[in-house]
Write a protein that binds this ligand. Structure first.
Ligand SMILES: *[C@@H]1O[C@H](CO)[C@@H](O)[C@H](O)[C@H]1NC(C)=O
Length: 281
């Protein structure tokens, strides 16, 4: 349950439901960011990071929607080794095409606001909501904890493909990807032209720091392990890490008040993953 797969299933249900009503979406090819490898910006297994890009057109030509894939986290060597062999830890395991639907749809009736924007789905293969950066690679496990480097390498690649001329830009994401949108919100804004309108959207990414039914702070310990394993502290917003322990800065409740960029939070009051992980029968 800790890998958040059930949650990822649930939180994207709205997008999938819309996709079923409309069409199956349109298929978009994968782009491997090969230039990232030399910078050490790689997936858990050392493979190149990846995204899918559908070019904008017409009035959407200079508008960019960058959506981060979700899929829980890995918090220690054991869980990261498990993940390394899957599409959430290796671009070698990713499907080379995925369907864009919901907020990524290109159909005006389904997606009136963003259908003709440049639309990007950034694949998730680091297990840290794109926050990790550990230089050392253990020769025994060959695990790379480099999520923050991936984030930067992907952004650099998109800026070079025209995002540097963005007039409108939105980052979004679901579950662990929704948390990514929060943790990188102001940093994303900083990359774009000063005149650009920039906003952030988190879908089911507001994980709360609450004890479980047994009175144990499981999620707090889990996030603390994620931050420690991935060396995330230096990549979390300094406005939080300057006053609180880094592990607690993975919780949006300790971030959102200081975020300067407009941030829209979408979260169910009875979020099934957050209920289940606390052991509620
Ligand atoms: C790794 O994390 C998982 C999930 O929290 C836990 O069950 C396991 O005991 C941990 N393993 C080690 C070696 O710490």
């Amino acid at each position: 349950m800790a890998d958040g797969s059930l949650y990822a299933w649930w939180c994207c249900a709205l997008g999938w439901a819309l996709a079923l009503v409309a069409a199956d979406g349109f298929l978009v090819d994968i782009t491997y960011v090969e230039s990232a490898v030399a910078k050490g910006a790689v997936c858990l297994d050392g493979s190149a990071p990846a995204y899918h890009l559908a070019r904008g057109s017409g009035s959407g030509e200079n508008s960019w929607l960058v959506h981060f894939e979700g899929g829980g986290w890995c918090n220690n060597v054991t869980t990261c080794l498990q993940r390394k062999r899957t599409r959430l830890g290796s671009s070698k395991e990713m499907a080379t095409q995925i369907a864009f639907s919901g907020i990524l749809s290109d159909t005006p009736d389904d997606n009136p606001d963003f259908y003709n924007w440049n639309k990007v789905k950034v694949r998730y293969c680091d297990g840290s909501s794109f926050t990790g950066d550990v230089e050392e690679v253990d020769p025994a496990t060959k695990l790379h904890y480099r999520g923050a480097r991936i984030w930067q390498a992907v952004m650099d690649d998109l800026l070079a493909k025209g995002m540097d001329k963005a007039e409108n830009a939105l980052i979004s994401g679901c579950s662990a990807g929704g948390l990514t949108s929060i943790l990188h919100c102001d940093r994303f804004h900083d990359l774009l032209p000063p005149a650009a309108r920039v906003k952030c959207l988190s879908d089911a990414g507001f994980f709360i720091n609450e004890k479980d039914v047994a009175g144990v702070g499981y999620i707090a310990a889990f996030f603390n392990d994620v931050v420690t394993t991935h060396g995330s502290a230096k990549n979390l917003p300094p406005s939080c890490t300057s006053t609180l322990p880094p592990g607690t800065c993975f919780f949006p409740q300790n971030e959102v008040k200081q975020i300067q960029t407009p941030l829209f939070i979408l979260n169910a009051a009875y979020d099934s993953w957050q209920v289940i992980i606390r052991g509620v029968p």
